[in-house]
Ligand binder design. Sequence first.
Ligand SMILES: Nc1ncnc2c1ncn2[C@@H]1O[C@H](COP(=O)(O)OP(=O)(O)OP(=O)(O)O)[C@@H](O)[C@H]1O
Ligand SMILES: [Mg+2]
Length: 260
Amino acid sequence: MPKLIVCGRGGCGKSTLVTLLAKALGERERVLVVDTDESNLGLCKMLGQEPPEMSLMVSLGGKPVVREKLLASMSQENGEKVGFFREDLSLEDLPPACVSWDGSVGNLRIGKIEHSMEGCACPMGSITRSLLKELKVNKNDWVIADTEAGIEHFGRGVLEGVDAILMVVDPSYESILLAEKAKGLAEEAHKKFFVVLNKVDEATEPTLRQELTDRKIEVGGVINHSLDISRANLVGNTLDVNMQRESVDELVDKIIGLCR
Ligand SMILES: Nc1ncnc2c1ncn2[C@@H]1O[C@H](COP(=O)(O)OP(=O)(O)OP(=O)(O)O)[C@@H](O)[C@H]1O
Ligand SMILES: [Mg+2]
């Protein structure tokens, strides 16, 4: 029943990693990719899939309805933890219009910012938290959540229902500092935590590894900087696992070992 959340600083490669992992895992098992990023639109293109007909936000009545429900619950004890789904929700229970399946890989959008002045993204965070908490997946099913940049979802409690946190670390000091912070937050929440180095080369990988080792941060995998990946992402083409086959397969084996 592995549910993973992928996080990291802006532009480090979260959506790229989510896509490569989903495609590699999808060769053997069923994977639902949950797009929790309220701003970016490109994940479907990376996956080579159509966006679902409807976001979960729309299926729940739209942002004003969800916000009202949140506000109404605020006065109650534990109010911010309002639930939007029933317990033991299975992948089959999700509204079909909200999931676009291509073979064994599906994608679902929590909701995107649609209008100027529409208000903060709290409703998206609450739906994400509730979905990841209630969704129960079979032994051979995976849920991989792509997140917006930064660590706000830690504060929102979005990771409550996940089994592991995968942090993407690109070769930058900002990423190292964020990984250190996120590791502490993950420990506080009693969640498995590991990082994947991305966009590294022989010049940057040793330094990045050393900085992480010094901070006792476990490196679960490495994806090199790849011209194939950057070219595909430049024009909105689908990513192919073969662009980094060996590294992605190694990472998948590591994740399976960590999560089961
Ligand atoms: N291994 C890689 N090799 C080369 N370029 C990469 C690699 N991984 C990601 N990129 C490039 O980095 C950029 C950001 O990637 P991506 O959109 O996956 O990051 P992100 O963390 O999801 O960004 P955001 O924070 O905006 O959601 C893209 O232009 C992508 O092509
Ligand atoms: Mg992204």
